[in-house]
Design a protein around this ligand. Structure first.
Ligand SMILES: [Zn+2]
Length: 128
């Protein structure tokens, strides 16, 4: 390698920095796209467990489920509880949940509502 070649390599350095930036941007784009794909609400389900018995509902389908101790609402991708007869009211105060991994718990009624995501990738991406 002669001196001219070394100079040329040094001159070309800014381009390799730009290459690295392009690669970083592409990697970030791929990450965002896969996040968008896996957060699709239609792929998520609402699991209602009462006294150990589970029922599954689609988060994308609006519903009003009247139960013995409370009413569960599923609307526009959100889930919440009203009309609970429990003492502490924690389940109602939890408010609306909409993301995979979130849950509403009612200890007095032995009752849990959980939103389940499409796959394990949800956990890898830190969506809880
Ligand atoms: Zn409650």
């Amino acid at each position: 390698m002669n001196l001219e070649t070394v100079k040329r390599v040094k001159k070309s350095k800014p381009f390799t920095v730009i290459d690295a930036v392009i690669v970083a941007v592409l990697a970030a784009l791929i990450g965002v796209i896969s996040w968008l794909v896996f957060r699709a609400p239609s792929a998520e389900t609402v699991v209602i467990t009462e006294n150990g018995v589970s029922h599954e509902y689609s988060l994308g389908k609006n519903a009003e489920i009247k139960l013995e101790h409370m009413t569960v609402h599923i609307k526009d991708g959100y889930v919440w509880v009203t009309d609970s007869d429990c003492r502490d009211g924690t389940c109602e105060h939890t408010g609306k949940i909409s993301r995979a991994g979130q849950s509403i718990v009612c200890l007095p009624n032995n009752f849990v509502i959980t939103i389940n995501g499409k796959g394990d990738l949800d956990w890898e991406l830190g969506r809880q």
